[in-house]
Design a protein around this ligand. Structure first.
Ligand code: PMT
Length: 399
């Protein structure tokens, strides 16, 4: 999945946004891609060859006749490419590609590629909306190439409108999506993530350490694999995953209402949220004042609804239900008990308390347990990768 170990061609053409492709290159390299950069003559007026050469660790191709290595290097590159990104793509290059013109290293190489191609147009709004440019983009889209819509905003020419190159992280995210097999296409997936928050008074609350990273990684992976995803999220500091419908909630009751409201349409339900098991019985309307005499404050708590158990009771035989278990001990025993009690098809159990797994960390170590008694260990790895392995198992078990 994704761009790791993949051969990516990054074409850069002559626009003011060319500087952003340096950051895009950095993101691709960080993710483990082997990137070769192709620059047009106009691109070289905006950005330097050396920057791309050093960061990509590969020779840049900008001239078919004078760049060394091989006289047919563009053919070699095209044959080995797993994906091509052109960012920014000018109106001129878009026109050449639409009509099959091969008059520089980039346009000639593009005639030979057979892999997925993403075009990221970036130009003045009137140019972008020009009928000829739109017609050329239509041609490329109908040919099966991916066109990434430009952002709107203040452009270099001081125009306000569509034409700005999207941020590098966004392009990177969409490239990953383009390169991911759509094995969840047609599926609707309901994911919950993050903590819930229960008020003690208007300034204090009961919650937990969930950052939402694990649940958001799962929502992202589902979307990239072609699913339609609804993410019910407690309060977290994360951007909503691209292409995912996010519903924000605070309390367990709110999360329950949203999960139940979206349950019927879901084929797969993955409940990653860390829900407060108890909430204050009687949250105060005003701030609780300090009591210097007793030095103590007793807080009466009451159980919250168990959302997962409720879904387990309601789910149909065609729905696949995944729970998570956050444990500090007896991982296997507690996880298997939860499968029984909550009528789950699968549970992902993780030990919490360590700095590199469970709450807040970017990595996690998870053991999957299934209704049929089998299990699978996922060693410590990035939460994005854990999400993909977990989904592989969901797909396999669903048949
Ligand atoms: O968000 P991160 O910082 O990335 O951390 C990830 C995580 C540690 C939160 C995640 O990996 C995880 O373990 N989530 C489950 C946390 C949890 O509440 O575990 P639990 O064992 O208490 O609950 C078991 C299951 O019942 C969970 O699926 C939970 O969503 C659900 N539950 C619990 C209580 C309740 N009232 N309603 C529920 O639906």
């Amino acid at each position: 999945m994704g761009v790791e170990k993949k051969n990516i061609l990054l074409g850069v053409t002559g626009g003011i946004a060319a500087y952003k492709s340096v950051e895009l290159l950095r993101l691709l390299k960080k993710a483990g891609a082997n990137v070769t950069v192709l620059l047009t003559d106009s691109a070289l007026k905006f950005v330097g060859r050396t920057t791309f050469e050093v960061l990509s660790e590969n020779p840049v191709l900008s001239d078919l006749y004078f760049d060394t290595h091989s006289s047919v290097r563009h053919i070699d590159l095209a044959a080995r490419a797993d994906a091509v990104i052109i960012a920014p793509a000018t109106a001129n290059t878009i026109a050449k590609l639409a009509w099959g013109i091969a008059d520089n290293a980039l346009s000639t190489t593009l005639l030979a590629v057979t892999c997925p191609v993403m075009i990221c147009p970036s130009m003045n709004t009137d140019m972008y909306q020009n009928l000829r440019v739109q017609r050329n983009l239509d041609i490329l889209e109908k040919d099966g190439w991916h066109i990434l819509d430009p952002d709107s905003g203040v452009l270099a020419c001081k125009t306000v409108g569509a034409g700005r190159l999207p941020e590098p992280w966004f392009i990177f995210d969409r490239v990953e999506a383009m390169m991911t097999q759509k094995d969840l296409s047609g599926k609707k997936i309901l994911v919950s993530a993050g903590p819930t928050v229960e008020a003690i008074d208007p300034v204090r609350f009961v919650s937990n350490h969930s950052s939402g990273k694990m649940g958001y990684a799962i929502a992202r992976a589902c979307e990239k694999r072609g699913a339609k995803v609804t993410l019910v999220s407690g309060p977290v500091g994360l951007e909503p995953p691209v292409g995912v419908e996010r519903i924000n909630v605070e309390t367990c009751e709110e999360m329950k209402d949203q999960m139940i409201a979206n349950l019927d349409q879901a084929d797969i339900i993955i409940k990653v949220a860390a829900v407060a098991d108890y909430k204050p019985i009687d949250p105060k309307a005003g701030k609780i004042k300090k009591n210097n005499k007793t030095k103590e404050l007793c807080l009466s708590m009451i159980e919250t609804p168990d959302i997962l158990k409720l879904i387990g009771k309601k789910k149909t035989k065609d729905q696949f239900l995944v729970g998570f278990a956050a444990e500090t001990d007896d991982l296997e025993k507690n996880a298997r008990l939860k499968i029984e009690k909550k009528n789950l098809d699968m549970i992902a159990a993780n030990l919490v308390g360590a700095s590199d797994s469970g709450f807040k960390a970017d990595t996690n170590k998870v053991k999957l347990f299934f209704k049929d008694g089998s299990s699978f260990d996922i060693p410590l790895m990035e939460k994005d990768k854990v999400a993909d392995i977990l989904l592989d198992h969901v797909i396999e078990k669903m048949g």
